[in-house]
Ligand binder design. Structure first.
Ligand code: HAM
Length: 422
């Protein structure tokens, strides 16, 4: 019997991890530039947190959560996203009472019971950020700029930033009414999901992937006309700040998000290279969620991007980041040499040199073959003869050149070569 990874999950194998680490590193660097601080929250939370935070009508709450009971009968859920959990942690740690502005970033596995396909998994990884305490349009633009700088730093090409406003509780009813009255005559023709959404959350109809439903949306009047004065001014200021930051973006009046907490600005970063799952990143403002989750009325804005999708894009562009290889491979030949090599291996690693050792009882040719397969830069061969002279042969695997180096000097000499290379 052999086992496979559960449907919708995958292993990230060592050939791929360097690219993941590269993106993670770029994210860390860019978040630092924008004064974000890392937060780590649990992988599971009380189910109510997500029910309350994400919205009962969303796909996530209706059908995608990994919910289970623990041994005491508490309902827990593997986090489907990071925002609700970060708000919870922000409030629980009383940061809202201590700092007027909090900028938090996070990374980790998220879980959604979705139909798996290219770029869509049931366990996937997000990197995201949330800003608490600033309601002005500048912060929306800055958050979009953070995402944009991060993708540029990682070398992701041909991305498009789309922005829209989904209004606030004052004007949202008007937006909904506009959609309902436009679509009403064709309600019976819409897909089952859209018919349900039509009553509860008609904005989500704009996001339907069913081409037939999209046809009924042709000619839908511009919804920004239905925004209240405050939301309209805010949206215009976001445009102005994005222009001032020299950020390219498109207004997409159909852009809505799959989570219910958004107010005013929403945005996505899209790529034409990803097929159906074309969103690398999504986010927006959510000025009512902190209060909704038991805190004060504090504005917030943030985004998250999917690491699988970012890495897929980089791979599609032919990007490759080499992983670490052993810099030196120690090849002792015989019991006495083995003991010396064990000591030397420890010394080299302490000196910061990536080192591997081959203690197998076999000949030099076989050991050299392994070292070359593992792409070691140098090998150090210790045979019985050399041992008498307290030295070994350092072989440059690229040039094939060989020199005699004392056991006592090896670590220092190789560490110096390694430092030079880096
Ligand atoms: P979201 O749009 O649901 O937003 O997810 C953000 C990103 O996570 C997506 O653009 C996509 O790249 C990735 N993603 C989502 N689902 C999957 C999946 N099943 N497989 C692979 N990748 C996926 C949020 O999660 C919000 N919490 C973002 C946010 C933060 N808004 C404000 N602050």
């Amino acid at each position: 019997m052999t086992y496979t990874a559960p449907r919708g999950t995958r292993d990230i194998l060592p050939e791929e991890t360097p690219l993941w680490q590269f993106v993670e590193q770029k994210a860390r660097e860019v978040f630092q530039l924008y004064n974000f601080h890392e937060i780590r929250t649990p992988i599971f939370e009380h189910t109510e947190l997500f029910q309350r935070g994400i919205g009962a009508d969303t796909d996530i709450i209706a059908k995608e959560m990994y919910t289970f009971q623990d041994r005491k009968g508490r309902s827990l859920t593997l986090r489907p996203e990071g925002t609700a959990a970060v708000v919870r942690a922000y409030l629980e740690s009383n940061r809202h009472k201590q700092e007027p502005l909090s900028k938090l970033w996070y990374q980790g596995a998220m879980f959604r019971y979705e139909r798996p396909q290219a770029g869509r998994y049931r366990q996937f990884y997000q990197i995201g950020c949330e800003v608490f305490g600033r309601g002005g349009a500048y912060q929306d633009a800055e958050v979009i700029a953070t995402a944009q700088q991060l993708f540029a730093a990682a070398g992701l090409q041909n991305l498009e930033v789309q922005v829209n406003s989904v209004g606030c509780p004052v004007c949202r009813p008007r937006l909904k009414e506009k959609i309902q009255s436009f679509l009403g005559a064709n309600l019976a023709q819409l897909c089952g999901d859209c018919r349900t959404r039509f009553g509860s959350n008609p904005l989500r109809v704009l996001d339907c992937k069913n081409p037939r439903c999209n046809e009924f949306l042709v000619g839908l009047p511009d919804l920004t006309d239905a925004l209240c004065a405050d939301c309209r001014t805010h949206f215009q200021s976001v445009h102005d700040y994005l222009d001032a930051l020299q950020l390219k973006f498109q207004v997409n009046p159909r852009l809505v998000r799959g989570l219910d907490y958004y107010t005013k600005t929403v945005f996505e970063v899209l790529s034409g290279q990803l097929g159906a799952q074309n969103a690398v990143c999504g986010g927006g403002r959510y000025d009512n969620l902190v209060e909704e989750l038991g805190g004060p009325a504090l504005p917030a804005v943030g985004f998250a991007f999917g690491l699988e999708r970012a890495v897929m894009l980089l791979q599609g562009q032919g990007a490759a980041v080499p992983g670490t290889l052993p810099y030196i491979f120690l090849l002792p030949l015989g019991a006495q040499a083995d003991a010396q090599a064990v000591l030397l291996t420890a010394q080299l690693r302490r000196a910061g040199v990536p080192t591997e050792i081959d203690l197998a009882d076999r000949g030099l040719a076989a050991k050299l073959k392994t070292a070359s397969k593992l792409q070691a830069r140098y090998v150090y061969i210790i045979g019985d003869n050399e041992l008498h002279e307290k030295c070994g042969q350092l072989k440059d695997m690229r040039s094939g050149g060989q020199e005699k180096i004392g056991l006592a000097e090896l670590a220092e000499i190789v560490a110096a070569k390694h430092r030079e290379k880096n």
